[in-house]
Design a binder for this molecule. Structure first.
Ligand code: PAF
Length: 299
């Protein structure tokens, strides 16, 4: 299968590198990374290892492929959608953190847009080198739920390249579950300068559990069946699987980049306000990260 990875940062490079073991992959990324991949290939190291030679470009316009996997930051989704609209794909799969990206992509693109979550830990160590810091899984399917033959085909392509993949008929629930995981792990590790394992131990565990529980409550108010127990279990499982990982939000803070707080805890705040629910842990975490961004003129 021909696959474009739109947004070859940490996760995009890991997923692209693993897919390139089986498929014809094109990475769309930043100049220094693209130059290194063109020169020496892409090295995947850590929990999974591979050296592959995908195509790489900084120009994402007018590309054609069977599948486009979108891995840009949530706040770049609209721009990514506009660029992807100049190309031709059979399907588009979002593997982004946070909520709302699939809807933006589907608004702009004619192609079927699948929702997906990825819980692999990944860090772009240097241009051309990505480290897998935790073997997680990919869950994908129709963004509104239900059976999808496109999702079955894409799921098979990912599986054939060795990615742990589940095709789900209940993506809305899966997206809320992943939102709970990100709401619990990402701001806590970013604000406390810790790796994901920190949320397994008190005092950070208490904070993370609070964020996950509140997320499950908002999900249920939205008509999505996600129990507190399931949200907590998913958070614990991902934190264990990616214990050594530097979460993407912590990576953003370390690089002094804007974070995905608006699409994660910020999204929970918005949905909670509409339903008249209090989410004090998410409110505090979002305020702290937003204050950090504001202090650096990143907002
Ligand atoms: O955003 C992240 O860092 C990742 O989604 C995850 C799975 C929490 C691993 O760190």
């Amino acid at each position: 299968m021909e696959i474009v990875i739109f947004g070859a940062g940490s996760l995009g490079s890991l997923v692209g590198g693993l897919l390139a073991r089986e498929h014809e992959v094109t990475l769309v990324g930043r100049d220094d990374h693209v130059t290194a991949v063109r020169r020496n290939g892409l090295r995947v190291e850590g929990a999974l290892e591979a050296t592959v030679a995908p195509r790489a470009t900084t120009d994402g316009t007018a590309l054609a492929a069977d599948l486009a996997v979108v891995t840009v930051k949530s706040y770049d989704t609209r721009r990514a959608a506009d660029t992807l609209a100049s190309g031709r794909f059979d399907a588009v799969l979002s593997l982004q953190n946070g909520m709302g990206s699939e809807a933006i992509l589907a608004d702009v693109l004619d192609e079927p847009v699948l929702a997906g979550t990825a819980s692999y830990g990944a860090i772009l160590r240097e241009p051309g080198v990505v480290e897998c810091t935790g073997v997680g899984d990919v869950v994908l399917g129709d963004r509104c739920g239900g059976r999808s033959t496109v999702a079955d085909r894409v799921g098979e392509a990912l599986r054939s390249a060795g990615l742990e993949t589940t095709v789900s008929e209940s993506m809305p629930r899966r997206l809320w579950e992943k939102l709970a995981v990100n709401a619990a792990i990402n701001p806590v590790t970013a604000l406390t300068a810790t790796e994901n394992a920190a949320v397994l131990e008190d005092p950070a565990a208490d904070l993370a559990r609070g964020a996950a529980r509140e997320t499950a409550r908002v999900a249920r108010a939205e008509g999505v069946e996600l129990s507190n127990r399931e949200a907590l279990a998913a958070t614990e499982r991902v934190a264990e699987e990616t214990a050594a990982n530097t979460s993407s939000m912590r990576q953003d803070v370390l690089a002094e980049r804007r974070t995905e707080i608006d699409a994660i805890n910020g999204y929970i705040l918005e949905r909670a306000a509409e339903r008249g629910l209090e989410v004090p842990t998410n409110r505090t975490l979002a305020a702290l990260v937003r204050a950090w961004e504001q202090g650096r003129n990143l907002r």
